[in-house]
Design a protein around this ligand. Sequence first.
Ligand SMILES: [Mg+2]
Length: 330
Amino acid sequence: MSTEQGNSPLVLIVDDHPDNVEVLQARLDALGYRTACASDGETALQMVAESPPDLILLDVMMPRMDGNEVARRIKADKSLPFIPIIMQTALDSTQSKVFGLDSGADDYVTKPINYAELQARMAAALRVKALQDRVAQMAITDALTGLYNRRHLDERLDEMFEHSVRLHEPLSVVMFDLDHFKKVNDTYGHQVGDVVLTQFAQLLKHVARDIDRIGRYGGEEFMVLLPGTVLDAGVTFAKRARQEVETHQFEYEGGVLECSISAGVAAYPHPRIHTRQQLVKAADDALYVAKTTGRNRVVRFADPEFNANVKEVDDQHAHGAVDGGAARPG
Ligand SMILES: [Mg+2]
């Protein structure tokens, strides 16, 4: 498949009549769309789940499962992105159109299809999708760094933790914090601070695997979720990131500066970790120990060094912010 084809919208044609499919497919191919076809509702739902198309042209009258039911199920599935559905209905009656739109269809065309009209309606539907996709992307992204935001990361962690518990698979969480970041802002200004945050985000992306999830958790605090990763491997990852930052020249307009990070690592399973909240707190507490024992270092949850310093952590946290981190040194 060429890159050009890869960028053109994928349209799923659903119709029980092979002739209709053939004609539509030929038309859409000629217009530069990528196409996939299903001849019944069940197959359509399966294809949508496996590889969500950008648009669905959905026949209403089909045996077993009609188009209205297919639309209803697709729109009810919250795990799917927004997929515009254009119903093709032979029944040119207001009632059937209303029923189709109520089922979740975004638009309709009547058979026999007027292709100029269909093309215009498809273009309009795809514009709406592009907008919806952008909004959905913005809702999960940290605007400055392009990483996931905290809310989305918490949701991913919920899923990963549940998955780990169910399948007895390890899961590591690493909390990072840029050392003395307030000093960077105070000395060089917030614009340079933003440059440091952005470059640090890039370094984390570089060190992490595709399956890892990286997010900006707070101001200068970042969290990485490492599925299928035991504590030792989580620590190795954190140490690599720490080393990358230590040797990185953070370039900004007018100069370069050096930074360091501290990290706390925790992993499930652990006798003291039963919830995802406990997992995050364990990593956060380890980060706190890294901060209070000299910074620019990685501390693992519940190892002897952690245990020797954790009393102080609990005391400090008792006086600190409810939402974690605010009482931590920079
Ligand atoms: Mg039909």
